[in-house]
Design a protein around this ligand. Structure first.
Ligand code: SF4
Length: 103
């Protein structure tokens, strides 16, 4: 009898991995973005690094929604205007935010 192959984390797509996560919402914002500063940001790299797609465009305006944020902090690393205070970033309060169930 043939053995059933084991599925490991490495076999899962990014979408599969993201769908295995759960989130406990925090009613206090843990990330705030001064979107008026973003108007002067030409490349908007935050749009491309966040796997949860916290950052999006609505027309020419940057919008953001922290629901589903994985708390990686990549947006703060790539933000062209972090020194001007475009993003204020912190972890959600204790017990809130992303819950990793796969290690
Ligand atoms: S990279 Fe920073 S300044 Fe540029 S759009 Fe994103 S949050 Fe705004």
């Amino acid at each position: 009898m043939a053995e059933t192959p084991q599925i490991t984390k490495a076999d899962l797509s990014l979408e599969d991995k993201l769908s295995s996560l759960t989130f406990e919402p925090d009613d206090q914002p843990f990330i705030t973005v001064k979107t008026e500063i973003c108007r002067g940001c030409e490349k908007k790299p935050c749009l491309y690094v966040c796997p949860s797609r916290v950052y999006n465009l609505e027309g020419d305006e940057l919008i953001y929604n922290t629901d589903g944020c994985l708390e990686l902090g990549m947006c703060t690393i790539v933000c062209d205007m972090i020194g001007k205070g475009a993003i204020t970033w912190d972890y959600p309060r204790g017990g809130k935010g992303v819950v990793f169930r796969f290690g």
